[in-house]
Design a protein around this ligand. Structure first.
Ligand code: ATP
Length: 351
């Protein structure tokens, strides 16, 4: 018996137990997906709460698309369970589909249709009542900034607008969960900013799970990140938690006007471990790099204002996020975290 069948048979034997409805909207338990002998996903366990915006982050081939396709009932798991709002993706795929809006990496658009006709068509397919269709289309267009494009043909739209149509089709039936596979891929910097805004705007009405292979593209948008490597979760948490756990703290870049002695001024802050001069970015302005055990941005701001130092810039170290990600996904398996620490899950032990 091949692995997929063996897994499903075991799963069906366990299926006599009722699915426990918990507060989590998604509960993934010991999920595996094999293509022949090749493991694409697993072991993968995770819970996602209602209303969260969660990012699935991993290099190409880490298993993001496979995981999202299983969650969206587009692909069967080899073993393990995935439960969405109390419904199992294998046992009750139609119930799960009704609760999910899915934007695949290649959006299923019909180029010759207008945006309005296309969204109406998709909404009807997903079971929106005929009397509600027009309102559902207008609502989805409003949420995605497409009102002015409703009567344009899809083939005349830019890549950024087509991506919006892809998101509009995912939300038109007002699903509890919106799954977006690489929604930011191929967008220019302005479109990326607009897409971040759009996704953040879905918060509240939907739980959102999105994937990316570029940390900086999604870290600002997501409440929590799962880092996927070789099909398993190697770390999870907020950006600050990942930073604290993996880099031993946070690096902040500070720019002040004048020649204030920052090492002396900040010596009293217990969280700060090092203050180093970082050049003169413009005449009269001095840059400093502050290392701290945790997120000290607000404390720094208060201290400098209190001391009367003219603060002209304060931000997280730019390379820091990339350093976290690189460290996680390039670590050889033997040195990958094996015991849960704050923000770092052992392989397959994320919850
Ligand atoms: P990308 O960002 O490149 O799409 P990903 O993180 O989404 O990567 P997946 O597409 O899920 O990763 O692929 C995970 C692994 O499974 C890869 O090694 C991939 O080659 C393999 N894989 C995916 N689809 C198939 C398939 N239909 N048949 C065989 N192997 C596959």
């Amino acid at each position: 018996m091949d692995r997929s069948l063996a897994g499903l048979t075991q799963r069906r034997a366990r299926r006599s137990e009722p699915v426990q409805r918990e507060n989590a909207l998604i509960e993934i338990t010991e999920l595996y997906k094999f293509y022949g002998e090749q493991r694409a996903v697993g072991p993968l366990s995770a819970k996602i709460e209602r209303g969260e915006i969660v990012g699935l982050l991993g290099l190409n081939g880490a298993g993001k698309t496979t995981t999202l396709r299983i969650l969206s009932c587009d692909l069967l798991p080899s073993s393990g369970t995935v439960v969405v709002d109390g419904d199992d993706v294998v046992e009750r795929p139609d119930a799960v589909r009704a609760k999910i809006g899915y934007l695949p990496d290649t959006p299923p658009l019909y180029p010759e249709m207008t945006v309005r006709a296309y969204l109406r068509f998709v909404a009807a397919l997903r079971g929106v009542a005929p009397a509600q269709l027009a309102a559902a289309v207008v609502d989805a267009a409003r949420q995605t900034g497409l009102e002015a494009k409703l009567d344009d043909t899809i083939e005349t739209l830019s890549h950024g607008y087509r991506q919006r149509v892809g998101i509009a089709q995912a939300i038109v039936h007002r699903p509890a969960l919106v799954v977006l596979d690489e929604p930011i891929a191929g967008l220019d910097p302005v479109q990326i900013m607009e897409m971040r805004e759009l996704i953040r705007g879905l918060r509240g009405a939907h739980t959102v799970l999105l994937s990316s292979h570029i940390l900086s593209e999604i870290s600002e948008t997501c409440d929590r990140l799962f880092v996927l490597k070789d099909g398993a979760i190697v770390a999870q948490g907020t950006e600050a938690e990942l930073s604290a756990a993996l880099l031993g703290g946070m690096r902040v870049e500070v720019q002040v006007r004048g020649d204030a002695d920052l090492p002396r001024l900040l010596a009293e802050l217990a969280e700060v471990t090092e203050v180093r001069a970082a050049g003169t970015p413009e005449p009269g302005v001095h840059a400093w790099t502050v290392h701290a055990r945790q997120d000290v941005r607000e404390r720094l701001c208060q201290e400098l204002v209190r001391a009367g130092v003219p603060l002209v810039g304060l931000s997280r170290g730019e390379r820091e996020l990339e350093a976290i990600f690189e460290r996680l996904v390039t670590a050889p398996a033997a040195t990958a975290p094996t015991r849960p620490e704050p923000g770092v899950a052992a392989l397959g032990e994320a919850s």
